[in-house]
Design a protein around this ligand. Structure first.
Ligand code: GLU
Length: 297
């Protein structure tokens, strides 16, 4: 049985907050969307703590996540996966990509990249269309053998696409979305991969992995059948789908859901502390009030 067949039999979805701030109503919507689906489908709600960014993650926010979810009535199996425990898994996946010959070390700082992009001599190399790339490719010719401890590791997007057979092969890699706004089958878009994402970072110099790489490895190891997340991550899904293909990982089904906005129509952010679930709880609001506010009752 392949992993794809194995994971399709049970509905398993995960809620994967980063403990870099208190949860707000947007997180509650995500968690409750998953919770309701797994209840309906007799599936499983999995919790993961995305604390790979150790500089910004805080333990008291992890405790807050457990408290808020329990208050909402959500249940999850333990032990809970924590990204900070899983560095060897990410290192193995990174090595697989390195062995494919599609990675290179990069020493550019953010400032170097900005300067290169704004320089008058910078012209996007026309691979498909004349659109500016995100990363100007300064270090692209460097060999992975020369990687030093302070280098970032980047994916050479062109080589990755070529590895999959070029434009046609990528166009055939599809994925399903069941979210109301994006429902249907989507295909990887070469132009988008090259020019909207470009040579993405696979391993940051500080944490030796990245959001994209870690999430793809974790979702595989959790054997999730579904990935529910806000539609702000719709673009990231393309990258995840590409990495899954390169790493030979069967794709889950995505559910990109709507984002919760405040009264002024702005997307909720972690810094919007007044809207934290903890505050609502302490001010006497009920989980049912939260469900009503989110349009779930
Ligand atoms: N940890 C990510 C976040 O808090 C979400 C995980 C994902 O769905 O990729 O935004």
């Amino acid at each position: 049985m392949t992993l794809g067949e194995a994971i399709s039999s049970t509905w398993r979805d995960r809620f994967a907050p980063s403990p870099t701030g208190p949860l707000h109503l947007g997180h509650a919507f995500s968690a409750l969307t998953i919770w309701e689906a797994v209840q309906r489908e007799n599936g499983q709600f999995l919790l993961r703590i995305d604390d790979i960014d150790t500089g910004r993650s805080r333990d008291h926010y992890v405790t807050g996540i457990f408290d808020d979810l329990a208050w909402l009535g959500v249940e999850w199996p333990t032990p809970v996966m924590r990204q900070s425990d899983r560095r060897p898994r990410y290192a193995t996946a990174l090595q697989t990509l390195i062995d494919l010959g599609i990675c290179y070390p990069c020493s550019c700082s953010r400032r170097d990249i900005q300067t290169a992009l704004s320089a008058p001599h910078h012209r996007p190399e026309s691979f498909l269309h004349n659109v500016t790339e995100i990363y100007p490719g300064t270090c692209r010719s460097r060999s992975i053998e020369d990687a030093g401890p302070d280098d970032t590791i980047r994916l050479d997007m062109r080589k990755a696409i070529e590895k999959l057979g070029g434009e046609n092969a990528v166009g055939k890699i599809s994925y399903r979305d069941i979210g109301a706004q994006h429902a249907g089958t989507h295909f990887l878009n070469v132009r988008q991969l090259l020019y909207a994402h470009g040579d993405i970072v696979l391993a940051r110099r500080d944490i030796k992995t990245s959001y994209h790489l870690s999430v793809v490895v974790d979702d595989r190891d959790m054997a999730v059948s579904h990935v529910s997340r806000g539609e702000d991550l719709f673009g990231s899904t393309q990258i995840h789908r590409l990495l899954q293909t390169l790493l030979d990982i069967a794709p889950p089904i995505w559910n990109h859901h709507r984002l919760i906005k405040d009264e002024a129509g702005h997307r909720l952010a972690k810094r919007d502390k007044a809207r934290s679930l903890c505050e609502l709880r302490q001010s006497g609001y009920s989980p049912d009030w939260v469900r009503k506010r989110l349009g779930l009752l």
